[in-house]
Ligand binder design. Structure first.
Ligand code: GLY
Length: 242
């Protein structure tokens, strides 16, 4: 018999770049795990994301960094296995404060697509500094104003039994400025691209406001077609301040 504390509240993805001792937080992001609008349907790897997710104040965010990321790094170092790399904490924001539900020693998908577009500096020097254990003390990331929104296009049958081989149309036209297509479950079939995995691609847009980014992401997502395409139409709809 396993008894667990029941936690309630919105979820937040907090990813930190760590050098074994020091860390720098990427903007908080919110993933949408359920397949269908309104958080209905089966759980997936993530159907869409927006960042920054203003679910915590800057002060609360710094505190979460100290209590969750820093405490974890300190304990890992104490045990003789200091952690360098991307530490992803899946948080639940409960009435008692943020609680860590899980850790991943990797970036998040689709969080990272949005976060890379929101970043206003080259991430490679930061990753190199993490690997070398030389992140500058008190480092802060340069991020753009506004927001980034990512919409996942998933294959027919995802998540139970994704269908492969559906031809993807609408890729000839270049995406608008500030819009990227991040390919995942695709493969080449002659001159065409076809589906080859559950989450086929993430369409991500950055803009001066959440609304602008969301409109651009959905405009591009609508241009791309394949049989059985699944996408949510409510990414970020329940965000704080919406
Ligand atoms: N988006 C959740 C994950 O990467 O685990």
């Amino acid at each position: 018999l396993v008894l667990e504390e029941k936690l309630t509240g919105p979820e937040l993805s907090l990813i930190a770049l760590c050098d074994g001792e020091r860390y720098v937080l990427l903007p908080p992001a919110q993933d949408h795990k359920r397949l269908r609008d309104g958080d209905q349907g089966p759980n997936t790897g993530g159907m869409g994301v927006y960042a920054p997710a203003a679910l915590l104040t800057d002060v609360q965010l710094e505190e979460a960094g100290r209590q969750i990321i820093s405490a974890t790094l300190l304990e890992l170092a104490r045990r003789g296995c200091p952690f360098r790399g991307a530490l992803f904490a899946g948080l639940m924001l409960t009435p008692q404060g943020p609680k860590a539900l899980e850790f991943n020693c990797r970036f998040g998908d689709p969080e990272t697509q949005a976060l890379m577009m929101q970043l206003d500096e080259d991430i490679l020097p930061l990753l190199a500094a993490c690997a070398a254990g030389r992140l500058p003390a008190g480092a802060r990331l340069k991020v753009k104003d506004g927001a980034a929104v990512g919409v996942v296009l998933a294959a027919h049958g995802y998540p139970e039994a994704p269908r492969a081989g559906d031809r993807i149309d609408g890729l000839d036209q270049k995406p608008a400025d500030g819009v990227e297509r991040f390919f995942a479950g695709v493969k080449k079939d002659g001159s065409a691209l076809v589906t080859a995995g559950g989450r086929v691609m993430t369409i991500c847009a950055q803009g001066p406001s959440f609304e602008a980014a969301r409109a651009k992401a959905y405009a591009e997502a609508g241009r791309i077609q394949f049989a059985g395409k699944q996408q949510r139409s409510d990414i970020g709809a329940g965000r704080a301040g919406a």
